[in-house]
Design a protein. Structure first.
Length: 305
């Protein structure tokens, strides 16, 4: 077991896709995550190698933007053919040791709702927390709701993130408000604008041409973020509507526009993930025709216990 090297990027991306095929993962996103992480996150990417081949990874770091100190994450992936060989245990042990050395009190980890994954987590003393529901939409076979350009509500314009290339601050301000309302285990503070630019706007998977934005009377009111991998896969990074504009169907409008753009661009599969308690977005995605793909659990362990 060792730290990630740039030469591992292709192997790490392949390992993640084998375990989580619904995520948008490319060698470029792997390298970017390591190179662009803020110092305060103490981010490390650990790699497990067997017979010269990468068989597992663990993303490790702290929630530097959390309101509660001492919270950390360690998300571990092991290739299916390498399970049971000890790679997962070695990775988690190393991750926990590293985080404990940083003074972390609690570590969170995403786990598939599969018997092998749940058993592994619970044997190591992790307890179950929130759920996330991953859903899939077949863009080649599902009929999307029609888009009627002349049927937009009064005062509403549809744009893309690319239209904000010269000044993305309005998107930042909208994202800060919507992200604050997202259910989750860790309450975070808004990212500074410079950090948002680096972590969100410059994310290598962000497809600005497919990210749709609803502008109401000149104000960004709703948006649907698109991440793509160049392999036909589309992931909804975030769909949000500012509080003052909710209840007008703008989330459906922007997401529908984004999905139409994605299909026209050659995307074949659309995935999205919602917190198990996020009823409004679960209803929106069901309306589009998304079907359940897999469930995840957020497990946690008190390192100080």
């Amino acid at each position: 077991m060792r730290d990630f090297r740039a030469a591992d990027a292709e192997a790490v991306a392949a390992a993640r896709r084998s375990a989580f095929p619904y995520l948008v993962t490319t060698p470029r996103t792997v390298v970017w995550a390591v190179e662009s992480a803020p110092v305060e996150r103490h981010y490390r990417l650990l790699v497990a190698e067997a017979d010269g081949r990468v068989v597992g990874t663990s993303e490790v770091g702290v929630f530097h933007d959390g309101e509660e100190p001492g919270l950390a994450f360690a998300n571990t992936t092991v290739c299916a053919e390498a399970r049971g060989l000890g790679a997962g245990s070695a990775l988690v042990t190393a991750a926990e040791g590293y985080l404990a050395g940083l003074g972390a009190a609690k570590v969170f980890a995403w786990t598939l709702d599969e018997p092998y994954a749940v058993t592994f987590a619970e044997r190591r003393g992790y307890r179950r927390g929130r759920s996330s529901r991953i859903q899939r939409l077949d863009l080649t076979a599902t009929a999307l709701p029609p888009l009627e350009a002349d049927g937009l509500p009064d005062g509403v314009d549809l744009r893309t993130a690319a239209d904000f290339a010269d000044d993305p601050r309005p998107l930042y301000e909208a994202d800060a408000e919507c992200t604050a309302d997202e259910p989750g285990d860790v309450t975070t503070t808004p990212l500074p604008y410079a950090e948002w630019l680096a972590s969100t706007w410059e994310h290598p998977a962000l497809d600005r041409e497919l990210t749709s934005v609803a502008v109401v009377d000149g104000v960004v009111a709703s948006y649907s973020v698109a991440h793509t991998d160049g392999r036909g896969r589309y992931w909804s990074g975030m769909t949000g509507t500012l509080r003052a504009f909710r209840g007008r169907g703008l989330a459906k409008l922007t997401k529908n526009d984004s999905l139409h753009r994605a299909r026209s661009a050659g995307c074949r599969e659309a995935y999205t993930g919602n917190d198990g308690d996020n009823g409004p977005m679960l209803a929106v995605n069901k309306w589009f025709g998304y079907e359940p793909a897999v469930n995840e659990w957020r497990y946690f362990r008190d390192l100080s216990a």
